[in-house]
Design a binder for this molecule. Structure first.
Ligand SMILES: Nc1ncnc2c1ncn2[C@@H]1O[C@H](COP(=O)(O)OP(=O)(O)OP(=O)(O)O)[C@@H](O)[C@H]1O
Length: 262
């Protein structure tokens, strides 16, 4: 196991946000953390990479407790793409280069520049490379943040709603790239997500959170309408379409009903 989350709980002030969370993550797999707004998905990712300290429990990376790691060691093992990407007065190129920090001394090496160059080309960001990130759109910023995580070359990539600001084409490109990196380089990705269909399409495993605890976890093929209904309180059907599972509302859509009424 590359990552073990062992019985962690977390409180903001007095309110318990996460309770008794345990799971393991393997290399070469994408795990999605799912659940309603405010259930604690972001909080969980922040605990996993040491931004927040759990009130109890342990996080182990390749068997080593992150409590015993410094920031540099954590970021050499785990990259993190935040939900709200920070923007600062620096170029996209510099922002992406910062992902190489855990691997560099004070000097930028040829290899670091080559990695940055490669990812910029791969994500088609050449035209934005010298633009300032504080003048970028939400989607452009999100791609820069993902590029920075990729050049960090860690065994674990944590992504908080990585495609929430991206259009459909960019969503597909980014997720396919993440999938390729995970499978080819045998790294582990953990993503939070609201779009269940995207989760069904790209993830290997799911973790459903409900009221701050794990409701269920398992291989993505096991996601069932009953599970979705119990976690989100909505009725859905899961159908097969062109080899993919697709979740659709079980009731007729409002639009159809309105059309009929008209
Ligand atoms: N810094 C904070 N201080 C106090 N409470 C917080 C803080 N950050 C988040 N919370 C609360 O903790 C709970 C979990 O928040 P979190 O952002 O982890 O949820 P989430 O599942 O990621 O939500 P969403 O799907 O809306 O992004 C929420 O009730 C939120 O209001």
């Amino acid at each position: 196991m590359i990552l073990t989350v062992n019985d962690i709980s977390f409180k903001y002030n007095r309110h318990t946000t996460l309770k008794d969370i345990s799971f393991t993550i393997k290399k070469g797999e994408i795990t999605v953390v799912l659940g309603p707004n405010g259930v604690g998905k972001t909080t969980l990712l922040k605990c996993m990479n040491g931004i927040l300290k759990p009130t109890c429990g342990d996080i182990l990376v390749a068997g080593k407790n992150i409590k015993k790691m410094g920031l540099r060691e954590i970021s050499g093992n785990m990259s993190y793409v935040a939900q709200k990407c920070e923007s600062a007065r620096m170029t996209a190129f510099d922002a992406i280069l910062m992902g190489r920090r855990p691997h560099m001394g004070w000097k930028v090496g040829k290899n670091d520049l080559k990695k940055v160059d490669g990812v910029i080309k791969h994500l088609g960001l050449e035209h934005l490379a010298l633009n300032h990130v504080d003048e970028m759109s939400g989607g452009e910023l999100q791609k820069v943040a993902i590029a920075r995580a990729l050049v960090q070359e860690t065994d674990i990539i944590l992504l908080d709603e990585p495609t929430s600001s991206l259009d459909m084409k960019n969503q597909e490109e980014i997720l396919e790239l993440i999938e390729r990196v995970v499978k080819e380089h045998r790294v582990a990705a953990v993503m939070t997500m609201h779009d269940l269909n995207t989760a069904l399409r790209y993830a290997d495993n799911y973790i459903f959170l409900k009221e701050g605890s794990i409701f269920d976890t398992g291989p993505i093929e096991k996601v069932s309408p009953v599970m979705v209904s119990e976690v989100y309180g909505i009725s859905v059907e899961i159908i097969r379409h062109k080899g993919y599972s697709v979740i659709i509302p079980a009731t007729e859509s409002r639009r159809k009903t309105t059309k009929k009424a008209a």
